[in-house]
Design a protein around this ligand. Structure first.
Ligand code: GN1
Ligand code: MG
Length: 348
């Protein structure tokens, strides 16, 4: 990324650019993120919004601004976005879209929990987030990516990608393609018709949660996909990342685990938040926990078949490796389905 552009952006937010040093943040498959340091100290987080993925950055930022009015409380830290010189939290320059968040000192993100305290706090954070959003009217929020977590839509994209892919690519992905076809029917009973829409985070994985240096959960970050959804979307993303000690990029599949101790801690945190869920939402929890990793695996596989046009990749088979990884976790979650079902009684 060219520094001159970054400097113009920060000036657009009224920050003196001469002293600024920009550190790219490497994780994230969509946007470009930088920590802006002043005198060696992290001061702001700057993000360029990928407007190929988020086609209407203005609506996205409107959702965030609206949600942030609610997302603060005793147990939930408020995030602060700067207003640009144009008075909006979104700043456009040469068809690029930017926003700047104040850096929260002594805060940290974890890529893997591996720790019961973090797992508990993650559950608490998801619960607190949803408690704070519970009074919101979902119709006041824009749908910024249509059908984002719709399996039906993701299957259609997958089938189109299969038609498009060449023979060699298909051979490479044969096992994962077969897994996808054999697993899709498992979700036919996921009945959405009785579930309430909630304003969801929609990317509620562990590394989108901020913690303080004492491992206390502070708030959710990366709010781009805040929009209507179902509770199990956020639950599924949180669980797949909290209970698994391996990252989504891990290629050694033997490292992938579904740790029940971490799951229990997470669920205890969720319960302690006092979030009230409908019986129907509780009922779909176990299936939701395999649904999300499957959906993400299918998306990664689709992108591999398409020649890596959506996610950022570090090497040609990166998306395929991510699909293998996410499908491996899906297998474990499916295997544990009945155990998880027994455990949902905790919520009754
Ligand atoms: C993308 O870039 P990041 O990590 O915030 C994706 C999520 C996936 C995630 C990893 C808009 O998010 O749905 O969970 O990669 N976001 C979008 O699989 O597609
Ligand atoms: Mg995201």
């Amino acid at each position: 990324m060219n520094t001159e552009l970054l400097q113009q952006v920060v000036q657009g937010f009224g920050i003196q650019a001469e002293r600024a040093v920009f550190d790219p943040v490497k994780h994230g498959y969509i946007n470009d993120t930088f920590i802006l340091k002043l005198d060696g100290k992290a001061a702001y987080v700057i993000q360029r919004i990928n407007h190929h993925v988020f086609q209407d950055p203005k609506k996205l930022q409107e959702n965030i601004d609206k949600a942030l009015k609610k997302l603060n409380g005793k147990d939930y830290l408020k995030i602060d976005f700067l207003k640009s010189i144009n008075g909006s939290t979104l700043f456009q320059i040469k068809n690029t879209f930017w926003r700047v968040m104040r850096y929260i000192p002594d805060s940290t993100v974890y890529n893997n929990a591996n720790d019961e305290i973090i797992a508990f706090e993650a559950g608490l954070l998801i619960g607190n987030f949803h408690k704070l959003m519970a009074g919101e009217n979902v119709n006041d929020y824009h749908v910024t990516i249509t059908d984002f977590h719709s399996l039906k839509f993701r299957i259609t994209q997958f089938q189109q990608a299969l038609d498009y892919a060449d023979h060699l690519t298909l051979m490479d992905a044969q096992e994962e393609v077969n897994f996808a076809f054999s697993t899709i029917p498992k979700f036919k009973d996921l009945d959405l018709s009785l579930l309430p829409h909630r304003v969801c985070h929609n990317d509620a994985k562990l590394n989108n949660m901020l913690f303080d240096s004492q491992k206390k959960g502070l708030c959710m970050i990366d709010l781009d996909t805040i929009m209507p959804g179902y509770f199990h979307y956020d639950l599924g993303d949180a669980v797949r990342t909290v209970v698994n000690p391996a990252s989504e990029d891990e290629t050694d599949l033997s490292q992938i685990e579904f740790r029940m101790d971490l799951y229990d801690s997470f669920m205890n945190g969720l319960k302690d938040s006092g979030l009230s869920l409908l019986n129907e939402e509780i009922k779909v929890m176990p299936l939701g926990i395999s649904y999300m990793p499957f959906l993400h695996g299918l998306r990664a596989l689709t992108d591999f078949l398409n020649g890596n046009i959506y996610y950022k990749v570090n090497y040609a088979e990166h998306n395929l490796d991510r699909a293998k990884n996410l499908f491996q976790f899906t297998k474990l979650a499916v295997e544990y389905n009945s155990i998880l079902t027994d455990k949902t009684q905790l919520f009754d």
